[in-house]
Design a protein. Structure first.
Length: 395
């Protein structure tokens, strides 16, 4: 069998690194549209065809994100090469078996059984900055050969940077300029990020970390286990479709709030949102009386949720007041809430020249809007008069 591939330099660099016995960790750091994902899909198809009876694991933090990105690209490449055979594709187990016995399996790291499952020859961690250190350790222990990682450097501190410094690791840096197949329209969009925000441009165009000087939230700390004495639990729900629908749990303990993402997914219909919420409430053991503070831009969805027994209230959509409410709390984020972390790194104030405006950029704010709804609602409905007493006197 002979395949003819149209590849970029990113493919060539990764293929060369794979042949080097001194390299175990191959880390692809870069900007958007640099061909990282597509090139690695091509690489593992070639590897599977050239090496019989190998196991290749492709993983990401959540399965919906994996399915919408890497899985789609992987099978698109297979079809373009005219080698995809539906008989070899086990869609229930998300495994594709090549005629020579090599398999490619897809799973998420939030699937504990798969994470701690069988060994593999090659592992690819897509969007590896979403994966925590413990999940990396589990995958690393069960991988015989190379581990590939790819990420956009939206975080300035991460275990990935330690990994890159190891003597058995190589960093392959790429940007949109390494992808000759991009249209002029996409190139222009990426290059014009500099007009929107220098940090976005550094991260998503140049593929380098950028420590923002004007992120909105800078006071967050992280937690692993929920506090024992929770006094109130409110959920915030921000609707999307192409953008993500975000459901965020907010647990309140005096002046502390602990936030945790329960749902962060695109392309959900109303029935799918209802099904997701029913499943989440069952897993979290939440009573249906638990308050969900919702984005009232979609009143028809709110009404459907109410008809299904959920306790919904309209959000107070005063953005500045909501941000101030969040900032007034000791703010803790669950360590596994990767999408909240990503938004916190990128949710920033608008700039006019060198002047910071009192208005957020309308990006990276789906989870941020959801927890803002819940926290502001809680503050509005749990405020007191600050100890002031009003006494009437008769004359």
């Amino acid at each position: 069998m002979e395949l003819e591939l149209k590849t970029t330099k990113v493919f060539s660099k990764n293929y060369k690194a794979l042949q080097d016995d001194n390299i175990r960790f191959i880390v692809n750091q870069g900007g958007s549209r640099s061909s990282k994902t597509y090139s690695l899909c091509q690489l593992f198809i070639v590897y599977a065809l050239q090496n019989p009876n190998k196991v290749i694991s492709i993983t990401r933090k959540t399965f919906p994100a994996l399915r919408a990105t890497v899985m789609r690209d992987f099978f698109e490449v297979m079809r373009q090469l005219e080698i995809y055979n539906p008989q070899y594709h086990n869609k229930t187990e998300n495994i594709y078996t090549f005629p020579n016995g090599s398999i490619v399996e897809f799973f998420s790291t939030d699937d504990e059984q798969k994470l701690r499952g069988r060994k593999r020859d090659i592992c690819w961690m897509n969007e590896a900055n979403e994966i925590n250190r413990e999940e990396f350790v589990q995958l690393n222990m069960r991988t015989e050969g190379n581990i590939f990682c790819d990420f956009n450097p939206s975080d300035t501190e991460h275990w990935l940077y330690d990994l890159i410094d190891r003597p058995d690791a190589i960093k392959i840096h790429s940007t949109y300029k390494d992808n000759p197949f991009l249209s002029k329209t996409l190139v222009k969009e990426i290059e014009e990020l500099i007009k929107t925000d220098e940090d976005y441009y550094n991260i998503y165009a140049l593929g380098i970390p950028s420590k923002s000087k004007h992120t909105i939230y800078n006071h967050q700390k992280y937690f692993t286990f929920r506090p024992e004495k929770i006094t109130d639990t409110i959920l915030g729900l921000d609707f999307g479709y192409v953008d993500e629908t975000a459901l965020i749990r907010c647990d309140f303990v005096e002046n502390e709030v602990y936030v945790e993402e329960l749902l962060y997914e695109s392309y959900l219909t109303t029935p799918e949102i209802i099904d997701r919420l029913k499943s989440i409430f069952e897993i979290e053991k939440l009573p249906y009386s638990t308050l969900i503070v919702c984005d009232y831009a979609r009143p028809e969805i709110i009404e459907d949720l109410r008809r299904n027994g959920f306790n919904c209230a309209n959000a107070i959509k005063n953005i500045k007041e909501g941000i101030d409410a969040v900032k007034s709390k000791q703010f803790f984020v669950h360590d596994d809430s990767v999408n909240i972390k990503k938004e916190l790194s990128n949710y920033k104030w608008k700039m006019k020249g060198d002047t910071l405006l009192d208005d957020p950029i309308d990006k990276f704010n789906h989870a941020a809007d959801a927890f803002r709804y819940a926290i502001l609602y809680h503050k509005r409905n749990n405020s007191d008069a600050g100890g002031v007493e009003f006494i009437s006197f008769s004359f």
